[in-house]
Design a protein around this ligand. Structure first.
Ligand SMILES: [Zn+2]
Length: 414
């Protein structure tokens, strides 16, 4: 074993392990066969025969994790454009985005619903090593009620093939089983409430019932798979929690009572601040539909208050961007750390949200998210100190080395 195993030693940089612990000034990490064998102070770790990467002057930290992206979407302002897009085209685009994400230091992501099972196909292509990309969770289609956030609004003579469309607990159960059959490793309810990018509904309105979501969650749990809900209004968020959801996505209106429910039920919060931020920032002039700009503008202040309330109360916050929504681009995901910091989170906590907590939220907590012995060697080297300025993580030039499962994918080290 030891004679044939491949060892790599990264040493000399400031080490942030993702747990929230104090950084180690002169850290080192020893990797064997894609896993972390030792981690700590450089003076404590010796390894003869290992390939050495000198990290002096840089930060050694876990690969970044985005718990909410749409890997097939590119940030185009017009949601109608995708209606003309073939599934195969979306799949190709997803492959391009997978590479971009990895280049930007994202070694793990969760997709949050796509058509044509393109997210599952992308995950499988990455796992089969056909294309480079982050470790992925993929739910297939998002499950939506008729007229809900995931259902289109079309003329009566237009029919859209959407296997995620389901009303009643039995239909939700069947749709969940279908997604699991197609290879989903998480289940997404896209209509616990209405949403911003859907024409004809309101983010505050509850859609799927507790009974409907509970039926899907029961099926998902039986398969050992976690669940997450697009939930923006208070009642819809509470419905999802009562149904047994793992994480609340967006969460525009989280009041004190909802915070208590999240804490009591160990529910994660994935805020996706960037989705709202970019829509408000760019507005109608940039081609974003007026209804979306209106709804995002109406929600933004409450959203930031909800974030603050949840953070201060100790709700587990996992980083997610909703990348793929207007001007919310794949590879620029680390902007979310800056937005969370501006919303009152400490720099270290933005990193924990983007590493440890995100990994746990998407059921990869045993595999990745922290630099601890036994975990996958998903590591980035950053030129500079993100604790001084989390914004540097947005600059791909500063992400000087990206390692996934012990293999260097991208290196800008000279
Ligand atoms: Zn989303």
């Amino acid at each position: 074993m030891s004679t044939s195993s491949k060892r790599t030693l990264i040493r000399g940089g400031m080490l942030i392990d993702g747990t929230g612990a104090e950084p180690i000034d002169n850290g080192a990490i020893l990797i064997e066969n894609g896993r972390i064998l030792e981690v700590g102070a450089a003076s404590d770790i010796r390894s003869t025969g290992a390939e050495v990467i000198e990290a002096g002057g840089r930060t050694i930290m876990p690969g970044l994790i985005d718990a909410h992206i749409h890997i097939g979407s590119d940030g185009n302002p017009n949601p109608m454009r995708r209606l003309k897009e073939k599934h195969a085209y979306t799949a190709i685009k997803s492959g391009v985005h997978a590479r971009k994400l990895l280049e930007a230091g994202f070694t793990t992501v969760r997709d949050a619903a796509a058509h044509g099972y393109t997210n599952i196909a992308t995950r499988d292509a990455i796992n089969d090593r056909l294309i480079p990309g982050p470790r992925m969770r993929a739910p297939g289609y998002g499950l939506t009620s008729t007229g809900g956030h995931g259902d289109g609004y079309f003329a009566p003579h237009v029919s859209i093939d959407n296997p995620g469309l389901c009303d009643s607990p039995d239909e939700v159960r069947k749709a969940t089983r279908l997604m699991l059959k197609m290879g989903a490793d998480c289940i997404k309810f896209v209509s616990a409430t209405g949403g911003v990018m859907s024409d004809g509904d309101e983010p505050g309105a509850p859609h799927m019932t507790i009974e409907e979501m509970a039926a899907g969650i029961h099926e998902a749990k039986a398969h050992g798979v976690h669940t997450f809900a697009h939930a923006q209004g208070t009642t819809g968020i509470q419905n999802a929690i009562k149904a047994g959801i793992t994480s609340i996505e967006h969460g525009f209106w989280i009041d004190d009572e909802t915070v208590e429910m999240m804490l009591a039920n160990n529910v994660y919060f994935v805020p996706t601040l960037n989705a709202v931020f970019q829509i408000v920032e760019y507005g109608e002039e940039a081609g974003i539909p007026a209804y979306a700009v209106r709804k995002a503008s109406e929600a933004q202040e409450a959203h930031l208050e909800s974030f603050d309330r949840a953070y201060k109360a100790g709700v587990k916050i996992a980083m997610g961007t909703d990348a793929g929504t207007p001007f919310n681009k794949q590879g620029e995901n680390a902007i979310e750390l800056e937005l969370m910091r501006r919303a009152g989170m400490s720099a270290m906590d933005t990193i924990v949200a983007t590493t440890k907590t995100a990994a746990e939220c998407i059921q990869f907590g045993d595999v990745t998210g922290t630099l601890e012995v036994g975990k996958s060697a998903d590591i980035i080297l950053v030129d500079g100190n993100p604790l001084d300025q989390v914004n540097i993580l947005r600059n791909t030039e500063k992400i000087q080395l990206v390692m996934k499962e012990g293999e260097v994918f991208a290196s800008r080290m000279s």
